[in-house]
Design a protein around this ligand. Structure first.
Ligand code: GLN
Length: 605
C-alpha cells in the first residue's frame, strides 16, 4: 500500500512550522534500560496526521522505522477483546488507572489482577490471552492484526527483541508473580516472550497515524477500507487509552490534550480524535515517565491550535441546524399561480411553515428545534421539515424528531418531510423514525418545492373553487388593459384546443405568438441540463406563457405541454399593434419584477 502524502495544503504547512519549532526542544533522554534502544539517534523527529478520509500529512522522520514498544498495548488489548469477549478479559485485567509508572507492580490486592492493560503487568497478561495453537501462530495473529491497521506486513527488530529478552528481569518477575495468582494460568515464559516480540515490532510515524485513524474511524483502516478492530470494541480500547495510556501522566494529559493516546519507550506517541484523525509523533528522547518530550509538546500544541480537546464542544443550539425558516406567505413553490391565488397565499400562507435544516442533527440542537417548533404550532396547518442539507441524524435526534412529528400531528397539523432521500444516513433514520408514515399524517417529498406546492394546494383547495374556465378578458395579462385595448385583443385572439399531453411548442422553435390559458394545466419543461434540481413550473387557467419572445425576439426557451388537455387563446405577435405591444410589455415587466423579488426573498430567508 502506498500512502499519498499531501504537500500542498495548509495542514502540511502548519505541520512543517510546528516541526521546526518543536525541533528546538532537546529535553529528555533515550531509554537505556533496554540497551539496544540507546542506538537511536536522539534527533529523530517525525510527525504524521491521518484523517478518517484517508488523507495523510507527514513531516520530518515520519518514515524512520522504530520499535513500537508500549504503543502496541491498546491494539493487542483490542485483539484480546475480539478473541475472548469483554468478560473473560476483564476477569484477568482491570480497567482502573494506576497512577503509577509503566513498569510498576500494580496488582489488585487479593486477586493479583493487574489494574489495567496499559501498564506492563496488564499488557503481559493481555498478550498471554491471545488465541493460537502455538507461540508462532499467536505471533502471526498479532502481526496480522497490526498489518490490518497499517495496510502492510509487519516485521520485528531482532536486536531490540533480543536485548529486552535478555535484560527484562522486571517484566519477567511481573509475569511470574501473576502466575502465582493464576492471572497467567500456564508457563509465563512463552507469553512473556511474545510480549517482548510484540514490543520490538517496527513501525513508522506514518503507520502509527494510520493506526490512530483506524481507531478514529470506528475500527476501519481509512485507506484500505479493511476492518482492523470490531466496532463493538473500539470504545473500550479508546477508554483505556484515555484513562491509562500515558501512565502516571494520564490525568494531566487528558486535562491538557484531551485525546485518548498511547506512548512507548521507543519514542512513539499515537493520539486519537474519534471520528476525525489519528496523530502520531516520533522522537526518542523521553521524560522521567517514559513519554516522548517532543511528542507531548506536539500533541499539546495541535490540540490547542485546532481545538481538538474531546470535551471542548461548541454550544449546540437550534440556530446551528436551522438553515432557513419561512412561511408560504414569504416564499412560494415554483408552481406559478394566478393573481387571486397569490393573494390568498400571501394572506393565509402563515399556516404553512418550512424549517430547512442543515449539518449534523445531534440531541442538543434538535432539542431546541423541537421547542421552537412547538411554540410556533398555534394556527399551523402544515409543517415542512426540509432535510436536504442534513448530513447526519444521530439516534437521539431521530427519536426527538419522531416525537416532534407525533406532537405536531396530534395537534391536527400535517408534517411533510422533504429532501430526506439525498443522504443515505438521513434516509435510513427517517425510515426508522416514521415506519408507517402515511398513517401518522407524515408525508415525504423529494424536495421542499414539491412539499410546498402540496401545502399550497391544500390551503387553496380550502379557500378557492377548483379551476373554472377563465374568460379571455379575465386573464392576468388583460387586467390592466383599457377597454379599447381589451376589445383589440379579443379581435386577434384565436381559441385553440389541446389534447392531453399535446405539445404547444418546443424549446428552440421560432416564436410567433403568446398564449393565454382558458382551461387546463400547462407544463413548462426546461431542457434537463439547465436546471437539474428544479422541476419546471405548472401554469393554470388565467395565466399566460410564451410571452418573452415578444420582447426578446428569441426562439422558445422551453417546451410547453398541455398536461391533461386544455384550451388557450393564441395571440399572434404579428397581429399586435404598436400601442398594445407597449401595454403588454409593461404588464409583463411588472409580473417579472414581482417574481424576481420573490426569488430574492427565498434566497435571503
Ligand atoms: N517493552 C517495554 C517494557 O516492557 C515497553 C515499555 C514502554 O514502552 N513504556 O518495558
Amino acid at each position: 500500500m502506498t500512502v499519498k502524502a499531501r504537500v500542498d495544503s495548509p495542514v502540511q504547512q502548519y505541520l512543517e512550522a510546528l516541526h521546526r519549532r518543536v525541533a528546538e526542544l532537546r529535553d529528555g533522554d533515550l531509554a537505556s534500560y533496554i540497551p539496544e534502544l540507546t542506538r537511536a539517534d536522539p534527533e529523530w523527529f517525525g510527525i504524521a496526521i491521518a484523517t478518517v478520509d484517508g488523507q495523510v500529512y507527514q513531516v520530518g522522520d515520519s518514515r524512520q522505522p522504530f520499535t513500537i514498544q508500549s504503543v502496541s498495548k491498546p491494539f493487542v488489548y483490542g485483539l484480546a477483546l475480539a478473541d475472548l469477549g469483554v468478560e473473560q478479559v476483564l476477569a484477568k485485567v482491570g480497567v482502573e488507572p494506576s497512577g503509577e509508572a509503566f513498569n510498576s507492580i500494580s496488582l489488585e490486592p487479593g486477586t493479583g489482577r493487574p489494574l489495567n492493560p496499559m501498564i506492563n503487568a496488564g499488557a503481559i497478561a493481555t498478550t498471554g490471552l491471545i488465541v493460537g495453537d502455538s507461540p508462532q501462530q499467536r505471533e502471526q495473529r498479532i502481526l496480522e492484526m497490526f498489518a490490518r491497521y497499517t495496510g502492510h506486513p509487519m516485521t520485528i527488530d531482532a536486536r531490540v527483541y533480543a536485548s529486552e529478552a535478555r535484560t527484562g528481569h522486571r517484566n519477567r518477575a511481573l509475569a511470574h508473580l501473576m502466575r502465582t495468582f493464576d492471572i497467567i494460568e500456564t508457563d509465563p515464559e512463552p507469553g512473556l516472550d511474545l510480549y517482548f516480540r510484540q514490543c520490538a515490532m517496527l513501525v513508522t510515524c506514518c503507520d502509527l497515524a494510520l493506526m490512530g485513524a483506524a481507531l478514529a474511524n470506528n475500527g476501519v483502516n481509512p485507506v484500505t477500507g479493511v476492518r482492523a478492530l470490531p466496532a463493538a470494541q473500539v470504545a473500550r480500547v479508546l477508554s483505556v487509552m484515555s484513562s491509562c495510556g500515558m501512565y502516571d501522566y494520564s490525568g494531566e494529559w487528558l486535562y491538557n490534550v484531551g485525546m485518548p493516546a498511547k506512548s512507548g519507550v521507543g519514542g512513539g506517541i499515537v493520539a486519537v480524535l474519534p471520528g476525525q484523525v489519528g496523530i502520531a509523533v516520533f522522537s526518542p528522547r523521553l521524560d522521567a515517565r517514559g513519554n516522548s518530550c517532543r511528542g507531548i509538546r506536539v500533541c499539546e500544541q495541535i490540540s490547542r491550535d485546532f481545538d481538538l480537546h474531546l470535551f471542548h464542544t461548541s454550544r449546540s443550539t437550534s440556530a446551528a441546524i436551522i438553515r432557513a425558516r419561512y412561511s408560504a406567505a414569504q416564499v412560494s413553490s415554483q408552481r406559478r399561480r394566478r393573481l387571486g391565488e397569490r393573494d390568498a397565499l400571501t394572506q393565509q400562507g402563515d399556516r404553512v411553515l418550512v424549517y430547512a435544516l442543515q449539518g449534523e442533527l445531534t440531541i442538543g440542537a434538535t432539542e431546541s428545534l423541537v421547542h421552537e417548533v412547538l411554540d410556533a404550532l398555534v394556527g399551523l396547518e402544515v409543517l415542512i421539515l426540509d432535510l436536504a442539507w442534513v448530513i447526519n441524524v444521530d439516534q437521539a435526534a431521530a427519536r426527538l424528531l419522531a416525537d416532534l412529528a407525533r406532537s405536531v400531528t396530534d395537534a391536527g397539523c400535517t408534517v411533510l418531510i422533504a429532501g430526506a432521500a439525498n443522504t443515505a444516513a438521513v434516509r435510513e433514520l427517517v425510515a426508522r423514525a416514521w415506519p408507517q408514515s402515511q398513517e401518522l399524517g407524515v408525508f415525504q417529498f423529494m424536495d421542499s418545492d414539491q412539499a410546498l406546492e402540496w401545502a399550497e394546494d391544500r390551503l387553496l383547495a380550502a379557500l378557492t373553487a377548483p379551476d373554472p374556465e377563465v374568460p379571455l378578458l379575465d386573464n392576468d395579462l388583460c387586467l390592466t388593459l383599457s377597454e379599447p385595448e381589451r376589445a383589440g385583443l379579443a379581435m386577434i385572439a384565436q381559441r385553440l384546443e389541446f389534447a392531453p399531453g399535446e405539445l404547444v411548442f418546443r424549446a428552440g422553435a421560432p416564436a410567433d405568438a403568446l398564449f393565454l390559458i382558458a382551461r387546463g394545466r400547462f407544463e413548462v419543461r426546461r431542457p434537463a441540463a439547465e436546471q437539474p434540481s428544479r422541476r419546471s413550473s405548472t401554469l393554470v387557467p388565467g395565466m399566460y406563457f410564451g410571452e418573452l419572445p415578444l420582447a426578446s425576439g428569441q426562439p422558445r426557451s422551453a417546451d410547453v405541454v398541455a398536461r391533461d388537455g386544455g384550451t388557450c387563446w393564441r395571440i399572434p405577435f404579428a397581429a399586435i399593434d404598436a400601442g398594445l405591444r407597449i401595454r403588454l410589455l409593461s404588464t409583463m415587466a411588472a409580473r417579472l419584477a414581482e417574481r424576481l423579488a420573490q426569488q430574492e426573498r427565498m434566497r435571503c430567508s
